[in-house]
Design a protein around this ligand. Structure first.
Ligand code: ZEM
Length: 308
């Protein structure tokens, strides 16, 4: 008989995680929310929880679930991610044995798979900080208004290569920008709840047609609007929304080293899926060292996790 919660001091087993994953799968369908799925915002939650990592100081990363605290959760870069955390709250209540840090990262892998993407290897054992003392400083996440140098500055700090930067950016196949969160507006692909390599294809397909626009808030982004679709069918209210790219997305085709990978991933979805699975798994593991029980060493600053 499998235990339904981990033994004291141990990370959950695969069997113990099955009902947690099933509960995440069951909440993905959200007809009233965005494009009908919680999946994209869950992927962004995991990314922002991990993307604070700094390899020089070995600080930040997905361990600790610091976004529960104002210091990290209130970072304007994390605007909107309270929705993702709220979607997962019932799962945490149902399975108190899983730490928030494990739940947020696990949920993203479940979402990627359910949206048609690859199986991302994932290991549990993260613990949650008891206070905000070890929460990383703000300002470590990328700014979409910038370019290739900025992407390298941010992602090299985490230990990623140019190829890995491009593969990770392929997550922009999912979801959308929200004016009231980042200030940018719109989606990258037509079906933003289906994981694919469409983002890379569109970057190249509409090269030269991506039009730089300045939004009312002063931010600049690139848009592609099919004129016929934008006009709408005679008598129909529904208008095509158009697609968008951030300045950082566009830098992936203007920078020759990035571009080589955009071309490979646009041409070969299997290659993209393999590379994305590997690099997303790497992202979720940044800064994590497990002990013999699979539990993440976290000094004494532990509120929650695998001790009960
Ligand atoms: Zn994103 N991302 N991102 N990203 N991202 C947004 C949305 C989403 C950048 C960025 O500025 C933005 C990665 C990398 C980078 C997702 C996943 C991943 C938004 C819109 C912005 C502005 C936020 C909003 O308004 O709601 C920049 C500059 C990046 C540097 C390369 C990586 C890496 C990701 C995962 C592996 C996802 C899934 C979304 C959609 C969220 C949603 O709510 O729909």
């Amino acid at each position: 008989m499998p235990q339904d919660a981990p033994a004291p001091g141990a990370a959950p087993t695969a069997e113990q995680l099955e009902p947690v994953k099933a509960a995440v799968r069951a909440l993905l369908h959200q007809p009233e929310y965005d494009d009908g799925s919680a999946g994209p915002v869950l992927v962004r939650l995991a990314w922002h929880s991990a993307g604070t990592y700094c390899k020089e100081t070995n600080t930040g990363g997905s361990n600790g679930a610091g976004m529960r605290y104002e210091k990290e959760g209130g970072d304007p870069a994390n605007a909107g991610l309270q929705h993702a955390r709220a979607f997962l709250e019932p799962v945490k209540s149902q399975f108190p044995f899983i730490s928030y840090a494990d739940l947020w990262t696990l949920a993203a892998t479940v979402a990627v798979a359910e949206m048609g993407g690859p199986a991302v290897p994932w290991q549990g054992g993260r613990t949650d900080y008891a206070d905000d003392a070890k929460v990383p400083p703000r300002g470590r996440l990328p700014d979409g208004a910038q370019g290739a140098d900025h992407l390298r500055f941010i992602f090299y700090r985490m230990g990623f290569s140019d190829q890995e930067i491009v593969a990770l950016s392929g997550a922009h196949n999912l979801g959308r920008c929200h004016g009231d969160r980042s200030g940018f507006e719109g989606k990258w692909v037509n079906n933003p709840t289906r994981f694919s390599n469409q983002y890379f294809k569109l970057l190249l397909k509409f090269e030269g047609e991506w039009k730089k626009t300045t939004l009312a808030n002063g931010l600049q982004q690139f848009v592609y609007v099919d004129e016929d679709l934008a006009a709408g069918e005679e008598g129909e209210g529904e208008k095509e929304e158009g697609l968008m790219m951030l300045p950082t997305d566009m830098s992936l085709i203007s920078d020759p080293k990035f571009r080589a990978w955009v071309e490979k991933y646009a041409a070969d979805q299997d290659l993209f899926f393999r590379d994305f699975a590997a690099v997303f798994a790497k992202l979720l593991e940044l800064g994590i060292q497990r002990d013999a029980q699979g539990r993440v060493a976290n000094e004494e600053n532990v509120e929650d996790g695998y001790r009960s």
